[in-house]
Design a protein around this ligand. Structure first.
Ligand code: GUN
Length: 287
């Protein structure tokens, strides 16, 4: 069984981007600019946003963090988004989720100019992903999953792909992306009956539910490719929804490949964010 190395691919993507950005800065006289908006003091969100900025700066992008207090009103946040939308030097905007409860997430996402919506969450990008258009900004984790499958030369077309999870950030857009790449797709979620019956049919199984030990070897099809998006902390140790030290020996006998946790899909999310930012920048500078 192949352990798919997401850290290595993320590193490769970032080094290629760094070269492309250096070339473009010479040619177009400005670097890509990503604006990160963080509301509140959730330490995990602050870490994620800090990691995104570090990664962007490391490859030559400009990146600011707009850190707003927890009591920021929806109107104040909308004003900031309006300002970033209008600023021609800003290519990409990311509002870190989740937002505090008094702010309506959909209202905020809808307010972002869809051409700067680096997360691909705006209804326009969601819609474009569902058409034959190639113009959609694809959410970062789904794009990272597709890159991993392509890098490993895993055929998607014609395969039965089972996606567990239907979130706006991962499950839904991943299912759409697999469909766009000609897989036959089944989406499973918390109300799905007889999950093992469906997972046993998956040639590609993508698990993004955030539930450790959800999937065991006896729920897999022979030769399945398993993409484990789950990141769960158990006794201070990171495990996936599938991948953990106990089950890997039995999974090894049946699956053909799996993404580990950590070091699988996780690092690809930031690499894809940087790719999305660079793609938007190119749309802006190459007229
Ligand atoms: N929170 C957790 N993951 C993400 C992400 O990919 N984008 C945003 N905006 N918020 C997140």
């Amino acid at each position: 069984m192949k352990i798919i190395n997401g850290s290595a691919l993320a590193k490769k993507i970032k080094s290629i981007l760094a070269i492309d950005i250096a070339f473009c800065v010479e040619k177009y006289n400005r670097a890509p600019k990503l604006e990160l908006v963080l509301v509140g003091d959730d330490p995990h969100s602050a870490t994620h946003v800090g990691n995104k900025k570090k990664a962007a700066n490391a490859i030559g992008m400009e990146c600011d963090i707009h850190s707003l207090p927890c009591h920021t009103s929806q109107t104040e946040l909308l004003e900031l988004i309006d300002q970033l939308n209008k600023d021609a030097s800003v290519d990409a905007i990311l509002v870190q989720l989740p937002l505090p409860k008094h702010i309506d997430t959909n209202t905020i996402i809808n307010a972002i100019d869809y051409r700067k919506d680096v997360d691909g969450l705006h209804p326009m990008n969601v819609g474009l992903l569902c058409t034959s258009s190639d113009d959609a900004i694809i959410p970062c984790t789904p794009r990272g999953i597709l890159s991993l499958l392509q890098e490993e030369q895993i055929e998607i077309s014609g395969k039965h792909c089972v996606v567990i999870g239907r979130s706006n950030l991962v499950g839904n857009p991943t299912a759409r992306l697999m469909l766009k790449n000609n897989a036959s797709v089944t989406i499973c979620h918390s109300k799905t009956r007889d999950l093992p019956y469906l997972t046993r049919q998956a040639e590609i199984l993508i698990v993004a539910i955030g539930c450790p030990n959800l999937i065991h070897a006896d729920m897999l099809k022979e030769g399945a490719v398993v993409i484990d998006v789950g990141i769960n902390s158990i006794d201070g140790k990171l495990v996936g929804d599938v991948y953990n030290s106990i089950d890997v020996p039995s999974i090894e006998k049946i699956a053909s490949a799996i993404t580990p946790v950590p070091g699988g899909v996780g690092p690809m999310t930031i690499a894809s964010l940087l790719q999305n930012t660079f793609d938007i920048y190119k749309r802006n500078v190459v007229k």
